[in-house]
Design a protein around this ligand. Structure first.
Ligand code: SAM
Length: 387
């Protein structure tokens, strides 16, 4: 449960806890001897007071936060099932009259329910326990959930006990067209939550186009951060994390792939790659060829899942391993950066200065050119030029 403030008709009335998961909603106010503030069950259409010791005020609200019905429930009562209600507010009996909360009141809480925005929500990359309370709350408060696959996201929502929100398919095929629907819905006052199948939306997943369109249309973009396979494996790799490059999936073939591999060969920063199991061996073979079989690499398989495996060694060893064990599951490859080229010795620099001069350069121009090209100080090159 997360905490925020309850706002009734623009007046901050009380502290509010938000129960967005099924377990938290079921728990409700049970076991409490009293309540200070309010509890928001979201989403919810029905409540009961079985097991409770004291009467409570209950308000059912629609998706915009307008109160549809209020009641005071004695212990051991089943509240009415209210259609069109989206969330339920519970408080100690009598609180609603103090807050002047009645049918028709406009209710919201500070986390942003009913504030039109695009909300990017990270979801687990394998372990459902990694779904944050804020992510559950954002999903529960969504007017529309834009997702890659309705069945997959439907299972996550079922796990959270969130029923039948509007789902909109935004995947690599539909993102371009769906973007205008996302903007229209936000313009109509909706909170549109964007999730991908797993991890952080927009990271090798749909999201970028929607974010750009929503920003261009002048609406806010919020993020509920969470798991991503790239940084999960980067930090576990044992390779330098101070500066790194995210490459995602390499181009599958052709000149574009070859050019990218050549860039990687000279890249001094740690590089993070995503790879499908059936292409892992081919990518390792290409990396061995371009970067050398001795380049260090760390490979994460099925991160956060039952068969999680973290492996570290050289590119050559990793390639040999793919020949012993057929790759299965999801993989992140973290490649060590290229070693810095060795400092040129004095003889190389003198030969370079002489070549520049023979081509007509002044001493000063020759020093500038050689120092720049070899990444050494002008002072050192100048000393060699006049020495
Ligand atoms: N948006 C996701 C993220 O933030 O990590 C990435 C989505 S991308 C379409 C899917 C790729 O991410 C997989 O092919 C794999 O390379 C990597 N991946 C996702 N989950 C993983 C996991 N549990 N273990 C290892 N790699 C994973």
């Amino acid at each position: 449960m997360s905490e925020s403030l309850l706002i009734v008709d623009d007046v901050v009335c009380a502290r509010a806890e938000v129960a967005a998961t099924l377990a938290a909603r079921r728990r409700g106010l049970l076991g409490r001897t009293g309540i200070d503030g309010a509890l928001l069950l979201s989403p919810a259409r029905q409540v009961h007071t079985f097991g409770m010791q004291f009467p409570i005020d209950v308000a059912w609200c629609d998706r915009r936060g307008t109160v549809l019905r209020v009641a005071t429930l004695e212990p051991a009562r089943l509240g009415a099932f209210v259609w069109r209600s989206r969330s339920v507010i519970e408080a100690a009996a009598g609180a609603f009259s103090t807050w002047q909360l009645g049918v028709g009141s406009a209710v919201r809480h500070t986390v942003g329910v009913n504030k039109a925005a695009l909300v990017l929500v990270a979801t687990p990359i394998g372990n459902l326990g990694d779904l944050s309370p804020r992510a559950a709350e954002a999903l529960g408060a969504a007017d529309t959930i834009a997702c890659e696959d309705t069945r997959r996201t439907g299972r996550l929502l079922a796990h959270l006990g969130i029923s039948a929100p509007r789902l909109l398919v935004v995947n690599e095929h539909t993102e371009y067209d769906a973007t205008s629907t996302v903007v229209e819905r936000i313009r109509a006052g909706e909170r549109v939550v964007l999730v991908s199948d797993a991890g952080m939306p927009g990271i090798s997943d749909p999201g970028e186009l929607c974010v750009r369109a929503v920003i261009d249309a002048g609406f806010p973009v919020e993020v509920v951060p969470g798991p991503s396979a790239a940084d999960t494996m980067l930090v576990a790799s044992g390779l330098p994390t101070g500066r790194f490059v995210f490459e995602g999936f390499l181009p599958r073939k052709g000149a574009e792939r070859a050019a990218r591999l050549t860039e990687l060969a000279g890249e001094g920063r740690t590089t993070v790659l995503y790879e499908a199991p059936h292409r892992l061996a081919r990518t390792l073979r290409d990396l061995a060829e371009k970067c050398g079989a001795d380049r260090r690499v760390a490979i994460g398989r099925e991160l956060t899942k039952v068969y999680e495996e973290l492996w570290r060694g050289t590119v050559g060893e990793a390639l040999a391993r793919t020949e012993e064990v057929t790759p299965r599951g999801e993989y992140v490859v973290v490649l060590a950066g290229a070693d810095a080229p060795p400092e040129p010795d004095d003889d190389d620099l003198i030969a370079a200065i002489n070549r520049e001069k023979a081509a007509g350069a002044s001493t000063r121009d020759a020093v500038d050119a050689v120092a720049g090209r070899h990444g050494v100080s002008k002072r050192r090159v100048y000393a060699l030029a006049i020495g």
